[in-house]
Every structure is written in C-alpha cells, then in structure tokens.
Design a protein around this ligand. Structure first.
Ligand SMILES: [Zn+2]
Length: 120
C-alpha cells in the first residue's frame, strides 16, 4: 500500500470505531504510525490490522490551562505490542497514572471524522 492509501484506511477504521495498526509481513514488527515501509527491516509487505484497543499507560503528561481544564497526553502501549501517543479522557485526572489500564474511545473531532482517544 502507498502511504496515502494507508492513511485513508486509517481514517475509515476510525469512523468505524476501530483502532488500526500495521504489521510487517516480513519481520513481524508492529507499529502504529502510518508508513509505507517497515521501519525495522524496510520491507513494503505490510498489513493493516485491527487492535482490540486495550493497553496501559507508559508515560503521561498533564497540562493545566490555569482555569481548571486538564489535558492529559500519554504514550500508551497497546496489548498487541505497538505504542501510540493519544489524549486520555478521565473524569478524575488524578486517576490517570503510569501502568493504568486504558481502552480506546472515538470522538468526532472534525465533521464526519472520528479520531481515537483513551479512557480509564
Ligand atoms: Zn519488517
């Protein structure tokens, strides 16, 4: 697949509330960020897979806008072995911490296009 085809496939998955990732058919490496070749072995034999959307927080940063609004950006390690940077949405931000289990949710960020977020 070309990179633009992979990106369109990802956007389609998001709107179906599915979390995609890429598996290299040559070396088995798994990764999230859309690429046309495997970053490990440079093979172009890649498949878009569907994640269960569950994993744990590897690192997290909380941004406070000074008015009480807290945005949490985390590096999340999914159970399939790939990592993703995403926002974590929680009613109680103090519950969001390293190693906490999270699962994917989808929000319509722009008209007719959903994107993945995570929640505890
Ligand atoms: Zn590979």
């Amino acid at each position: 697949m070309r990179l633009d085809e992979i990106i369109l496939t990802y956007l389609d998955y998001f709107n179906k509330e599915k979390l995609p990732y890429i598996k290299c058919n040559n070396c088995g490496y798994v990764f999230y960020y859309p690429r046309a070749i495997c970053p490990k072995c440079l093979s172009d034999r890649l498949s878009v897979m569907e994640s269960k959307g569950e994993g744990e927080i590897y690192s997290e940063t909380k941004f406070n806008d000074g008015k009480g609004e807290i945005t949490i950006v985390s590096l999340i390690k999914l159970d399939e072995g790939f990592t993703i940077y995403a926002n974590v949405i929680a009613n109680n931000p103090s519950e969001v911490d390293i190693n906490k289990r999270v699962k994917v949710i989808f929000k319509e960020v722009v008209k007719n296009q959903k994107f993945p977020f995570f929640t505890i």
